[in-house]
Design a protein. Structure first.
Length: 259
């Protein structure tokens, strides 16, 4: 039961993470204009991964997409790629995870196959979460660098403060979404351990023969010819050894002794 709960919770948390990554990628508020020294302005600018927008004080908002790809910074394109890869892996992980849920039976699928699918989806969610966190962090680093460069130029009288940009709400959504996908992937990997069937253990049973144990020895066989030189080996019942004479020789009875 705990394995099923862990698996379902991992699926739901990962679903929220993947949905948050899609939302963060589509949002236009990755960077917003800094209004620290100028809170009252007629124009408010903010930018996203796909377009930049301008909102006027009258409430009218105009957005213009980035028509070129080659003109964008390399780090900016890397952020786009990381977010897209994270979303694709997250969606594939969700599809695999749906068929791997223990509460869903599809044909005669064994628990071993479900365990492998659960582990695969968990790894996909972990990679998707890392991609989202990395992409948002790279974009945040770019904002911090440009912010301090703009601040230095402002104090030198070379640039206006309105050109500074700070963190937008999409960055926080991306960080939270990446963390949820990462946690969901870890939960799926933990649930995989409970889905693996335990190895069956058989007790050893010793069988004894009903009769007497007979041990056979391997070795060369001695074949007798029927005639043995030593008469001692042919002793039997009623056999008496003939007496010896004074010179040590045995004297055998002749046929006349039996008459």
């Amino acid at each position: 039961m705990s394995t099923t709960i862990c698996q379902v919770m991992g699926f739901l948390v990962s679903l929220l993470g993947v949905g948050g990554s899609i939302m963060a990628t589509a949002m236009d508020t990755w960077s917003t204009q800094d209004l620290y020294d100028n809170p009252v302005t007629a124009v408010f600018q903010y930018q996203g991964l796909w377009r930049s927008c301008v909102r006027q004080s009258s409430g009218f908002t105009e957005c213009r997409p980035y028509f070129t790809i080659l003109g964008l910074p390399a780090m900016f394109q890397a952020v786009r790629a990381l977010m897209i890869v994270g979303i694709v892996l997250g969606i594939l992980g969700l599809l695999v995870c749906i068929f791997a849920l223990k509460c869903i039976r599809i044909g005669s699928m064994e628990d071993t196959a479900k365990a492998n699918m659960t582990l695969t989806s968990g790894i996909m969610f972990i990679i998707a979460g890392l991609c989202a966190i990395t992409g948002v962090s790279v974009f945040a680093n770019m904002l911090v660098t440009n912010f301090w460069m703009s601040t230095t130029s402002m104090f030198q009288g070379m640039q206006n403060v309105q050109n500074r940009y700070t963190f937008g709400s999409a960055l926080f959504v991306g960080w939270v979404a990446g963390g949820l996908a990462l946690v969901g992937g870890i939960m799926m990997c933990l649930a995989c351990k409970g889905l693996v069937p335990e190895e069956s253990r058989y007790k050893a049973v010793s069988y004894n023969a009903s009769g007497r144990n007979i041990s056979y020895r391997t070795g060369p066989y001695k074949v007798g010819s029927g005639y043995e030189a030593d008469p001692k080996t042919r002793k039997g019942v009623g056999y008496e050894e003939p007496p010896r004479s004074e010179d040590g020789r045995r004297s055998y009875p002749s046929k006349y002794d039996y008459v």
